[in-house]
Each structure stands twice: as structure tokens, then as C-alpha cells.
Design a protein around this ligand. Structure first.
Ligand code: F6R
Length: 241
């Protein structure tokens, strides 16, 4: 585990974008793992800027996202497909058929998990995975207690997660009850993992990640054993660390 200390969210985005862009230059057919959430938005913005200004091309690249809600079509503005199109994929020259997000609207979502896992394997695994972290240490939708050997699977959202997301959906009844997520083993199998962490609200999570033992009660701790796990964290999240 290597920690790169940065001043703020902007510098974190810059560092992360530089790393992704450098990898892409070296290997234009990179398989890139992507996350949704607030934290990577700045990184995606800088990737778009680089594409527009410097012509960096994603035509041969492939992407796999960490997760998606069950039951939401891609056109729903709360789906992660919608998010990814809006914040990155619609603004670079990647071929849409090479962008993968679990299909939360599949007729057989169990089968969709198996298919997703197989697709990742068929691409030779993920070269570089971007992840965020939840305040309770979750990665993807893998909440505390998720076994470290899980592959892509369906999870039931906890009442607190559904309550927290109700503001985006309008009513709690509209928040999906389930999601599809890469498992911890799926994420761990990536050749390189970059975790982005900013802000005081993530300080406790980062402190736990640095100091707590590797334990299923804190999902992100699984990554501590990974040989190429880099955390880019700002001062607000790092605190005294
Ligand atoms: C997103 C994901 C989540 C987020 C995490 C942090 O695809 O899988 O684990 O990375 O909840 O979210 P933000 O960045 O909004 O704090």
C-alpha cells in the first residue's frame, strides 16, 4: 500500500488523471475499471479535457464499472450507466460497446453477475481499477462483512444506504432494494488499484484503513495485501496520518 499525499480534491484529481492518462498512452488497449460517486468526478473531467485538448484516444480502451442498481434502466438518471455517460463516456471517443456496467435491468440478474465476471476474465482482467471508499469502509457495494472471496454478486441495500440515497430518488420507495457489484475478489484481481479519498468526512475511514488489521468487517482492508495498491488522499482525509 502506497499513499500519495495531496493538498486537496483538485490535486488528487490531477494526480489520478495523470496516472490514468500515462497508462493509456503506454497501452492504448487498456482495460480500465471505473467507479461512480462524487470523488472521481474531477478525475473524469480532467480526462475529458486531456482528450479534447491533446487528442488522447480511448478508441481501443475497454471499461468495466464496479456496480449498478438492480431494476434501473440506463436511461434512468439515477442509474450508474447514466452517471458514467454524463461524467465521462459521452465526452471521450471510447466505443460504447466497449464500456461495461452491470445490467441492473437484465431479466436474470444472477446470470448477469456470472456473465459480467466472465467478460472481465475474457478481457484478461482489469489493468487499472479506480475505487472510492465509503465511510464504513465499503468498496463497490461490498458492505462490512462481505467475504473477501466474493466475485460479482447481488447485494441487498441496507436500510441506512437506502435512506441516505432517498434524497436522489425523491422517495425512499423509489430507491432500489438491490444492486449488482463486483466482489472483493474481483476488485482485488485488478493488476493495479487506485483509491481516491478526499475530505474530512472520510478521515475515520482512511485512518481505519491505515491502522486496522485486515478484516472482513472493514472491506477496503482487503486491498492492503495487494502488491499495487495506491491511495491518493488529501490533507483533510489524512488528518494526522
Ligand atoms: C461507486 C462505489 C462506491 C463509492 C463510495 C464513495 O461506484 O462503488 O463504493 O466509491 O461509496 O462514494 P463517494 O465518492 O460519493 O464518496
Amino acid at each position: 500500500m502506497r499513499i500519495i499525499r495531496v493538498k486537496d480534491d483538485q490535486e488528487m484529481s490531477q494526480k489520478a488523471a495523470e496516472m490514468v492518462i500515462a497508462k493509456m498512452r503506454k497501452n492504448p488497449s487498456l482495460t480500465l475499471g471505473l467507479a461512480t460517486g462524487e470523488t472521481p468526478i474531477g478525475t473524469y473531467r480532467l480526462m475529458i479535457e486531456d482528450h479534447q485538448r491533446n487528442g488522447a484516444s480511448y478508441q481501443q480502451a475497454t471499461t468495466f464499472n464496479l456496480d449498478e442498481y438492480v431494476g434501473l434502466p440506463g436511461e434512468n438518471d439515477q442509474s450508474y450507466r447514466y452517471f458514467m455517460n454524463k461524467y465521462l463516456l459521452d465526452h471521450i471517443d471510447i466505443k460504447k460497446e466497449r464500456t461495461h456496467i452491470p445490467d441492473g435491468n437484465a431479466a436474470d440478474v444472477q446470470q448477469e453477475c456470472v456473465t459480467y465476471e466472465r467478460l472481465i476474465a475474457e478481457h484478461g482482467g482489469i489493468d487499472l481499477q479506480i475505487v472510492g471508499i465509503g465511510r464504513n469502509g465499503h468498496i463497490g457495494f461490498n458492505e462490512p462483512g462481505t467475504p473477501f472471496d466474493t466475485k460479482t454478486h447481488i447485494i441487498e441495500l441496507t436500510p441506512s444506504t437506502r435512506e441516505a440515497n432517498a434524497k436522489f430518488f425523491g422517495r425512499i420507495e423509489d430507491v432500489p432494494t438491490h444492486a449488482i457489484t463486483m466482489g472483493i475478489a474481483t476488485i482485488y484481481a485488478s493488476k493495479e488499484i487506485i483509491m481516491l479519498i478526499t475530505g474530512e468526512s472520510k478521515r475515520e475511514a482512511l485512518n481505519n484503513l491505515i491502522h486496522r488489521d485486515i478484516n472482513e468487517a472493514f472491506p477496503a482492508s482487503a486491498l492492503k495485501r495487494h502488491p499495487n495498491f495506491i491511495i491518493i488522499a488529501d490533507e483533510a482525509a489524512l488528518g494526522e496520518n
